[in-house]
Design a protein around this ligand. Structure first.
Ligand SMILES: [Zn+2]
Length: 286
């Protein structure tokens, strides 16, 4: 399998584009940060694969945040990424959630926020009316871009994979028939095949009778942007008396990153250096 790569392709005859993403290592790195219940882990995997597909199809340079927000046992699943296909993710839940998207997330919404390096922030919101994440995203594209889009998302304990088909805008061709044809071909792929076969094998198996232009793949990776410096910067925005009382009670201030599991600890010397405005140098010395 083409580990942690995203391929884009184009059916030139049909004016339909496609993508396939297969994640393993990045998915495992996300799961390593926390003891996620199985069903939450699987949903995280779907969100990771979906965010990778979206990032490639929405074409922007900057940051993307894809969030499932709900009132069910799963309150939040959030994936942050960028146009370099660097992803990180967290989830918040209660108990041991299981079942389909509705049962886990309940009433809620899918929020997609794109913050380009240049230009205005854009946010799209779609209610969770479909039984699957793929269904919700299809609805999102129908609403926001008015483009016929299909997604396939599958996860197991080790793999998070996804495929996408989207009709190109303003095509003069008989796109609907072509799209349905490609859709029915793609429907024949099994999750197990997406987990075990190389992307090129999958594409050959599905589309060997089609004229397909395949672009060079993009690496997808897990990357958490947290650091000791950023944690200190966050602390510097808090009231002194709050930090003071934590130091008195616990002798240190401990911060935990939910995205990657990193722990940062600061003692009185660090914090006083921060207040003195010389955080960077002295904080590194132990
Ligand atoms: Zn982190």
């Amino acid at each position: 399998m083409s580990q942690d790569k995203l391929y884009r392709y184009l059916f030139e005859q049909a004016d339909v584009r496609g993508e396939i993403v297969q994640l393993e290592q990045s998915y495992q790195q996300v799961l390593a940060a926390k003891a996620y219940p199985d069903a939450v882990a699987r949903l995280l995997g779907e969100m990771l694969a979906a965010t990778s597909l979206l990032t490639a199809i929405l074409k922007f340079e900057g940051e993307i945040a894809v969030q499932l927000q709900g009132s069910g046992p799963v309150k939040l699943v959030a994936v942050n990424g960028n146009h370099n296909q660097q992803l990180r993710a967290i989830a918040r839940w209660e108990g041991d959630p299981e079942g389909d998207l509705k049962q886990m997330v309940g009433q809620g919404q899918l929020v997609i926020t794109i913050t380009p390096d240049e230009g205005e922030r854009y946010q799209g919101i779609v209610g969770l009316e479909q039984a699957t994440l793929a269904g919700c995203l299809e609805q999102y594209f129908a609403q926001s871009e008015q483009l016929k889009t299909r997604l396939w998302l599958h996860t197991d304990a080790l793999h998070a994979v996804g495929m996408l088909l989207q009709a190109l805008p303003d095509s003069g061709k008989d796109q609907e028939v072509e799209f349905e044809h490609l859709e029915s071909l793609t429907d024949t792929i099994k999750a197990e095949e997406l987990f075990s076969l190389d992307a090129k094998q999958v594409l050959h198996r599905l589309y060997h009778q089609e004229e397909l232009r395949l672009f060079d793949p993009t690496e997808v990776s897990f990357k958490c942007g947290c650091s000791r410096e950023r944690s200190l910067a966050a602390l510097s925005t808090l009231p002194r008396e709050d930090l003071e009382s934590v130091l008195e009670e616990q002798g240190q201030i401990a911060l935990h990153c939910d995205y990657c599991g990193a722990d940062y600890r600061f003692d009185r010397i660090d914090i006083e250096a921060l207040w003195a405005g010389s955080a960077g140098s002295s904080a590194q010395s132990h």
